[in-house]
Design a protein around this ligand. Structure first.
Ligand code: G3H
Ligand code: ZN
Length: 278
């Protein structure tokens, strides 16, 4: 089947009161593990490729998008492919040319007026091509982006930002931070409820690896729809590789340690899918 549009997965999740999980793809094994977990659980999923992942692969988005899309198309459940945290307009255009139908354009480190201007222009360009756009708003005037600890999104400013830019979904700062390896984030559920009431588009939670299971579920109930997770997969991957190399220091074939690493990611994703999307 073709890759599922992110727009459809997010709309269906929002309409049914569930979440939809979006996991970051760095290697082929990440994409294989995520799709395999989605098939095991029978739940849809989003594979997302960040600008940093593209940089890791030499700056060309096409090979990673092609491989990830092939895995999405081969899955027995709906799997979407999305571009995540894209700052470069050139990369965004190259990703759309390579077939991606949803993007997160991240200009939140810019001053507010510039963020609005560039996001509105990119969103108009994307909508002309049928591409769904997620954007991000943290603290107006904040310098460290939306997901630095302590930053919060104001519901009134979020509504004004959406009206001014036309974005289809909004990443909001509600207490999570990127790249946490311990699940100790404390979400502001009252703020999520107020954002859900005051903002007309689906809300996206970034930095979800740091949020405990019960709070992820509670965040979805309170109004978050798209739940982004990256670091949790890398924790599972790296622990499995490390364990294997410690136990078998003479190993040289990467398949010997990539196999358990991929299986560990599959198990992590399957668990999180049941928490978020079931
Ligand atoms: O956009 C990606 C997510 O926000 C991933 O965050 O690696 O902290 O789970 P995380
Ligand atoms: Zn993020």
């Amino acid at each position: 089947m073709p890759a599922a549009p992110t727009a459809e997965l997010v709309s269906a999740a929002r309409a049914s009161g569930h979440g939809v999980a979006a996991f970051n793809v760095i290697t082929l094994e990440h994409a294989e593990a995520i799709a395999s977990a989605a098939e095991q659980t029978g739940l849809p999923v989003i594979l997302q490729i960040s600008e940093n992942a593209v940089k890791f692969h030499g700056g060309r988005p096409e090979p990673l998008i092609a491989a990830t899309t092939a895995i999405a198309c081969g899955a027995k459940v709906p799997v979407a492919v999305h571009l995540d945290h894209i700052n470069s307009e050139d990369l965004l255009r190259a990703g759309v040319a390579a077939g991606v139908t949803s993007v997160m354009f991240d200009a939140c480190a810019l001053p507010y007026a510039e963020n609005v201007e560039v996001t509105a222009r990119i969103t108009a360009w994307a909508h002309e091509r049928g591409v769904w756009v997620e954007s991000e708003l943290g603290e107006v005037g904040g310098k460290d982006g939306a997901h630095a600890p302590g930053v919060r999104t104001d519901p009134g400013e979020a509504a004004a930002f959406i009206a001014a830019t036309g974005v289809d979904a909004l990443a909001v700062a509600v207490g999570s931070s990127h790249a946490m390896t311990e699940r100790t984030a404390e979400l502001d559920f009252d703020l999520i409820t107020r954002l859900r009431a005051g903002v007309g588009v689906p809300l996206v939670l970034h930095g979800s690896s740091g949020v405990p299971d019960g709070d992820l579920r509670r965040a979805v109930t309170a109004g978050m729809t798209k739940i982004n997770i990256g670091t949790a997969l890398n924790v599972a991957f790296t622990a499995a590789v490390r364990d294997h190399l410690v136990a078998e220091p003479a190993v040289v074939d990467p398949r010997r340690y990539f196999r358990p690493a991929r299986a560990a990611m599959t198990s992590t994703v399957a668990h999180l899918l049941k928490v978020i999307a079931a």
